[in-house]
Design a binder for this molecule. Structure first.
Ligand code: UD1
Ligand code: CA
Length: 458
C-alpha cells in the first residue's frame, strides 16, 4: 500500500464517436452500471483523498448520473489530449499526494492493480501500468532500453516500424507524485502525429528529471481493455459476467452454465444455492442458503429467504420472499409483493403490492393486488382481486384460514373474515363474515324440454 495520500483523476471527456450513440460513452451500461460507475467504484476502494473526474461531452448527463458521489468534476471543453485533460485537474491536486490516472472507459481494472501503481508512485517514481497483448494495434507501445528500463511510450501513430512490433502496451493507467507530475504536464508539447498533449510524454520528462520509471505489467488483458465501440462493450460485458459468475461459484453457488447467467447489480448469496440456465439477476438481490432458481427467471431487487424454490420462467421485481416459499413456474411477482414463509405462488399468478402471510397458497391463474392475505389462506384458481374501479385502487383483506373458491371476483374494498369460505364463481362486493360460507352467484336452474336452435335452410 502507498504511504502517501492518494488522489485519483479519471479521464472521461472523450466523445466516444465509435459508439454511434447520443449517450456519452462512459454512461453505457456494463453489468447494470455505467462504465464510469465501475471505475469510480474501483477507485473508491483505495480511499482516495480526492476523486476528480474530467468530463466534456454530455457533461451534464454524466454529472447528474453521479450526483450522489463525492467527486470533483472538472470540465475539459476541448479534447486536446490526455495530458491536457490531466492538466485541467491539476489545480485540484495536493502536492503531498500521489495521483493515479484512470480512464473512464476502462471498466474492469482491479483495485489491486491500482494499489500496486500507487505504491510505486509513493516511492517517488513514475508508475506505468502495461500489458502484453496479442494485437497491440492502436495502443501506445512501451519502449525499453538495453537494460530493460522503460524510457518512453510511443503512440501508435508516432511509432517506427520497429516500435510497432512491440507487444507491451501502455494501458493508460499511470501514477506519480503530484509535485513531479505538475512540472511534467506543464512542459508538454503537442508536437506529434495527432497534435495532442500526450500524458505519455511524461515518461520522457521523468527520465530527463532522473526520476525512475517502473512498469507494472498486468496479465489479464480484459482488466485493461477500453471500450471504444459496441463490439468491445459486448466483449467486456461477457468478461465481467465471467468474473461475477466465478466469484459466486467460489462462494458456494452452483451455476448450471456460467455462460448463461447474468448479474446486473449486486448479488449476495448463501451456500448451497443453485441457479439454472438463463437467469438474470439485477439490482440488489440476496439469496438465502439453499435457494434454487429454475431456468429463464428474471429477478431484480428482491430478497429471497433460505430454502426458497423459484421454478422456471418467473419474473420477480422489488419483492420479498421468505424462507421455504415456492414460486412458479410462470409466476409474476411485482413490486411490494411480500411473500411470507412457506407461501406457494403457482403458475400464471400475478401478485402486486400484497402481503401473503405464512403458508398462504395461490396456486393457479390468479391476480392478487393491493391485498393482505392471512395465514394458511387458500385462494382457488382464477381468483381476481378487483382492486381498481377505474379511478382509485382499493384494498382486499382475506383473514387467516379463509378458503376462496375458484373463479371468485373480490371487489375491493372488501374483507373476507377468518375461516370464511367463498363459493366458487362468487362475485363478492360486501364483507364476508368469518367462518361462514358466502356464495354470490346466479342460482343454477335447468329448463326441461328446451330445444337447441337449428340452422335456417337457405
Ligand atoms: C491512450 C494512450 C495510449 C494507450 C491507450 C490505452 C495517450 C496519449 N495515449 O491512447 O498510450 O495505449 O490510451 O487505451 O495517453 N481523454 C480525455 N480528454 C482528452 C483526451 C482523452 O478525457 O482530451 C480521455 C478519453 O475519454 C479516454 C482516455 O482519456 O477515457 C483515453 O483517451 P483516448 O483518446 O482513447 O486515448 P488513446 O488514443 O486510446
Ligand atoms: Ca482509447
Amino acid at each position: 500500500m502507498s504511504t502517501l495520500p492518494i488522489e485519483i483523476v479519471i479521464l472521461a471527456a472523450g466523445q466516444g464517436t465509435r459508439m454511434r450513440s447520443t449517450l456519452p460513452k462512459v454512461l453505457h451500461d456494463l453489468g447494470g452500471r455505467p462504465l464510469l460507475g465501475h471505475v469510480m467504484d474501483t477507485a473508491a476502494v483505495l480511499n482516495p483523498t480526492r476523486l476528480c473526474v474530467v468530463y466534456g461531452h454530455g457533461g451534464d448527463t454524466v454529472m447528474s448520473t453521479f450526483a450522489d458521489r463525492d467527486a470533483t468534476w472538472v470540465h475539459q471543453s476541448e479534447q486536446r489530449g490526455t495530458g491536457h485533460a490531466v492538466l485541467q485537474a491539476a489545480p485540484h491536486l495536493s502536492d503531498e499526494a500521489v495521483v493515479l490516472i484512470l480512464f473512464g472507459d476502462v471498466p474492469l481494472v482491479r483495485s489491486e492493480t491500482l494499489e500496486a501503481a500507487a505504491a510505486i508512485a509513493s516511492q517517488d517514481k513514475l508508475a506505468v501500468v502495461s500489458a502484453m497483448v496479442a494485437d497491440p494495434t492502436g495502443y501506445g507501445r512501451v519502449i525499453r532500453d538495453a537494460n530493460d528500463s522503460v524510457v518512453a511510450i510511443r503512440e501508435h501513430k508516432d511509432a517506427s516500424s520497429a516500435e510497432l512490433a512491440i507487444r507491451e502496451i501502455n494501458t493508460g493507467i499511470m501514477a506519480a507524485p503530484v509535485n513531479r507530475l505538475r512540472g511534467w504536464l506543464e512542459g508538454l508539447t503537442n508536437d506529434n502525429a495527432q497534435g495532442e498533449y500526450y500524458l505519455t510524454d511524461a515518461v520522457e520528462a521523468a527520465l530527463a528529471d532522473g526520476v525512475a520509471i517502473e512498469a507494472s505489467v498486468v496479465l489479464d488483458e480484459d482488466e485493461v481493455s477500453g471500450v471504444n465501440d459496441r463490439v468491445q462493450l459486448a466483449r467486456l460485458e461477457r468478461a465481467y459476467q465471467h468474473r461475477e459468475a466465478e466469484r459466486l461459484m467460489r462462494a458456494g453457488v452452483s451455476l448450471r452454465d456460467p455462460t448463461r447467467f447474468d448479474v446486473r447489480g449486486t448479488v449476495e448469496a448463501g451456500t448451497e444455492v443453485s441457479i439454472d440456465v438463463n437467469v438474470v439477476l439485477s439490482g440488489r438481490v440476496t439469496l438465502g442458503t439453499g435457494v434454487r432458481i429454475g431456468p429463464n427467471c428474471v429477478v431484480s431487487d428482491t430478497n429471497i429467504g433460505d430454502g426458497v424454490e423459484i421454478l422456471a420462467n418467473c419474473v420477480i421485481e422489488s419483492a420479498s420472499i421468505a424462507a421455504g416459499a415456492r414460486v412458479g413456474p410462470f409466476a409474476r411477482v411485482r413490486p411490494e409483493a411480500d411473500l411470507g414463509p412457506d407461501v406457494h405462488v403457482g403458475n400464471f399468478v400475478e401478485i402486486k403490492k400484497s402481503v401473503l402471510k405464512r403458508g398462504a397458497k395461490v396456486n393457479h391463474l390468479t391476480y392478487i393486488g393491493d391485498s393482505e392475505v392471512g395465514e394458511r389462506v387458500n385462494v382457488g384458481a382464477g381468483t381476481i382481486t378487483c382492486n381498481y374501479d377505474g379511478a382509485n385502487k382499493h384494498r382486499t383483506t382475506i383473514e387467516d384460514d379463509a378458503f376462496i373458491g375458484s373463479g371468485a371476483m373480490l371487489v375491493a374494498p372488501v374483507t373476507v373474515g377468518a375461516g370464511a369460505t367463498i363459493g366458487a364463481g362468487s362475485t363478492i362486493s360486501r364483507d364476508a363474515p368469518a367462518n361462514e360460507l358466502t356464495v354470490a352467484r346466479g342460482k343454477q336452474r335447468s329448463i326441461s324440454g328446451w330445444q337447441r336452435p337449428v340452422k335456417n335452410k337457405k
